[in-house]
Design a protein around this ligand. Sequence first.
Ligand code: ADP
Ligand code: MG
Length: 474
Amino acid sequence: MRIHNLPSQLINQIAAGEVVERPASVIKELLENSLDAGATRIDVDIEQGGLRLLRVRDNGYGIHPEDLVLALSRHATSKIASLEDLEQVVSMGFRGEALPSIASVSRFTLISHCHDVEQAWRIDSDGATIGTATPAAHPVGTTIEVHDLFFNTPARRKFLRTEKTEFGHVEEMLRRIALSRFDVEFNLRHNERAVCRLRGGQQIGDSEQRVAELCGAEFLASAFRIEHAAAGLRLHGWIGAPTFSRSQSDRQYFFVNGRMVRDKLAGHAVRQAYHDVLYHGRHPAFVLYFELDPARVDVNAHPAKSEVRFRDSRLVHDFLFHTVHEALAATRAGNAETAPAPALPSLSYPQAMPVGNHYGTGQQHAIDLSAREQMHTYAALHPAPVTPLMPAVEPVDTAVPPLGYALAQLLGIYILAENAAGLVLVDMHAAHERITYERLKAAQSGAGMQAQPLLVPVSVAVSAREADVAEAQA
Ligand code: ADP
Ligand code: MG
């Protein structure tokens, strides 16, 4: 076969393969365009998870009528003009690819009223051809409608999931972008029902309200606010207390100069900082904003702009690690509000006694009693004989349980145990949680969970996603 040039619709559809994966990626590009246009209010309307319609309406500067066709042309942008601009870009967009890509795989309408032009104009595209601009009615700002995404690329459409799943992705995308701009109002509707209204505000209280709304009130209540700047780098935001750890890394938001990115380097630095205070396999929750001179970070590293490259990556890693590590250390030292450990019904936790009190009359008895009680519980949880307190006679070689046999209780919260390898310190609270968890796991994979209706209902606060899981597993 000889070489030939591809038709422009096909070129755009190839580009769409990189930037437009699903309805949520359309929303990302459209919201970023609205923010770049200085919008202070953005309304998003979704129908059928975005499979039928995605509409984004903003009150930004608008597009000049003579530029409407250009806006739908590949590599046409108002945001950069030279390599120097690219190397220190501050806008969300700069590739001039999003609108033509989206328009090539949907039925597309663009209506815009430019702030210094009398009249609004409208232009339509059916995936293959762009119509001519006609006058329209619209306040200053822009509305973009994307109907029937992937209607002309059936192979792509097949990859889309259910309406509910796709809408979940749209919501998550909006959440990320709303966390990047507290000053902008966002409204989201799905199938003509309001899903969320986020008012804009510049005060710290406004930001906290939005974080609570988007990440959960429990996150905010247990989170620490951090703020640190050095060497031209600044990190601020909220880090979740170790007690708020999660089984997935789904509450980790990291923004570089206002752009939400999935950055391996930053992820590694933060994970390291939490290393000492999190159980293995748990993930911290955080909302962090990292700011630096745009010339020190390359945002042109990924077509969907979800990755960046730092010019001095070593310095950035150390700065992020130390800032978060020190913030966590400071909270552990007890000079910040620490989250109370969740109460466990079956174990009691006597307060650690100051040294000296141990020998007070009466006190001694109280401690002993509760210690014995605690060891009793531990022994009950570990179906193995508790060896008496004495120098070990020949270690028993017949299956010593991994956590060994209990010897004593320390500070009311740890069990000192002995196993084949030596001494083991067990955090009773963690051990109890783990045992309960293993029992639940065994019950679920084995004979099935034992269920019992409650006399008095108990209400539990969960996220929308957790509610979905609970419903699916009901
Ligand atoms: P990029 O954002 O990379 O420049 P896009 O294809 O996303 O490329 O958009 C092309 C151009 O259309 C933008 O540079 C901008 O000038 C204009 N534009 C797109 N959306 C809007 C909007 N909501 N308000 C004003 N101008 C917009
Ligand atoms: Mg753009």
